[in-house]
Design a protein around this ligand. Structure first.
Ligand code: 5AD
Ligand code: SF4
Length: 414
């Protein structure tokens, strides 16, 4: 979401007549697009901001701006700690960038109820594949999560705007789109998410459709049926579990039990042959005991994910869980996450080994910078494949998998 916001920021800058500089040192404008999902991202931002200060001494024309979720939540703190920052704007106010550059204000972080109707120019750098916003904000208030506070209420983008953008992308040669939203399953404009998928599936030139992120509570049987019947929707599903313990899921305010989640995974596997499934896990949520952690490890073993993103719980100011008693000490979080990652690495490698010898359809994303003859791309199941060859980004090739690794596959072009 944040990276796609950067593409919109670049899009507006392009429209305003700016072009990309070779390095921060040569820039007259630096915008840091920040993320506040976990504390580490925030720490990195403040240290980066400190280092940029020196550039302003060398180039008095340099302007520095801060965008993103930290700008949304901590505008005043940023301006106090770094008075050399010229302006800050949150993720709901990217459309104001032109005016902010003209000196209209120093802070733009109001809630923007019209965000879903505003189509901003997008400057994409990714080859062959494109992100497309379909909804903004989130109403779920999972107890650990900052997003509903920074991105505001859930709003769906009108169908016609989405289809117009994707049709244009197809005309420009894009083959794959990833529909973006915090909770795509609750997309609702004049049509439902299933109907949106059907319409995108009909767009000539688009070969692959993905979407993130789904919420297990809102994943319905009818959506699973739609996915299995639409040929362009890829056989990959990212479905964040967060914890294998129903007790912890309750404290997280996730709105489903482990058994309900498990039922949906079974249904997905029954309906879509060869589907790959990935997830997000938070470890060390307040009150998580050893038996809860064991349930998460058992869930990983029994659900057999193709890959996971695991995070140590990070208390975010303003969220419910940051105020919970029984915060888990960091050493315990570290132990638990190490175990989780080790268990999962073995599962991923085993599943990837099962692909050795198979022929996969790969969409080329780019070539290795240091070795122009090595291409990389993704299978429909979202696995990264590296192989020798020359072909432009966006081409779709047949590749035989010759070696499985933990986080990628080696292949040979057929
Ligand atoms: N601490 C740790 N991980 C978090 N996530 C969201 N908020 C937090 C937090 N406070 C993780 C969740 C979510 C992913 C995008 O980031 O797993 O699915
Ligand atoms: Fe955060 Fe939960 Fe909304 Fe995802 S669904 S953005 S985890 S509040």
């Amino acid at each position: 979401m944040n990276v796609h916001d950067s593409e919109k920021i670049s899009g507006i800058l392009g429209r305003e007549g700016y072009c990309a500089a070779g390095s921060p040192r040569d820039s007259d404008l630096i915008i840091l697009n920040t993320c506040s999902i976990r504390h580490k991202a925030e720490q990195k931002f403040f240290s980066r901001l400190g280092r940029i200060k020196a550039l302003k001494k060398k180039n008095p024309n340099l302007r520095i701006a801060v965008a993103g979720c930290i700008a949304q939540q901590k505008a005043n703190e940023i301006l106090r700690r770094a008075p050399y920052v010229d302006f800050v704007f949150g993720p709901q106010n990217i459309h104001l960038l032109g005016e902010l550059l003209g000196g209209a204000a120093r802070v733009a972080n109001d809630e923007n109820p019209l965000i879903a109707e505003m189509d901003l120019p997008v400057s994409r750098k990714s080859g062959g594949r494109a992100w497309v916003s379909i909804m903004y904000g989130c109403n779920n208030f999972c107890s650990y999560c900052i997003v509903p506070y920074t991105r505001g209420r859930e709003r769906s983008r009108p169908l016609s705007n989405i289809l117009r953008e994707i049709t244009e992308l197809a005309r420009e040669g894009y083959k794959e789109v990833t529909l973006l939203g915090q909770n795509v399953n609750s997309y609702r404009s004049d049509v439902s998410f299933e109907e949106l998928l059907r319409s995108v599936n009909d767009i000539h030139g688009i070969e692959r459709i993905r979407f993130v992120t789904s919420h297990p509570r809102d994943l319905s049987a009818s959506l699973i049926d739609a996915i299995s019947s639409l040929d362009k929707v890829c056989e990959h599903f990212h479905l964040p579990l967060q914890s294998g313990s129903t007790r912890i899921l309750g404290l997280m305010n996730r709105g489903y039990s482990y058994d309900e989640y498990r039922w949906k995974i079974d249904k997905l596997r029954d309906s879509v042959a060869g589907i790959s499934i990935t997830t997000d896990i938070i470890t060390g949520f307040p009150g998580e005991r050893d038996d809860d952690h064991r349930l998460t490890v058992e869930a990983l073993k029994s659900l057999g994910y193709d890959g996971i993103f695991a995070f140590k719980f990070s208390p975010r100011e303003g969220t419910e869980a940051s105020r919970f008693d029984a915060q888990v000490p960091n050493t315990l979080k570290s132990e638990r996450i190490s175990e989780i990652l080790e268990v999962q690495d073995n599962i991923t490698l085993k599943l990837n080994k099962g692909l050795e010898g198979s022929v996969q359809e790969v969409l080329v994303e780019g070539s290795d910078e240091t070795n122009g003859k090595m291409l990389n791309g993704r299978t429909r199941s979202n696995k990264v494949v590296n192989f020798r060859g020359i072909s432009p980004a966006g081409s779709i090739l047949s590749v035989r998998i010759i070696r499985a690794r933990k986080h990628s596959l080696d292949g040979e072009m057929l």
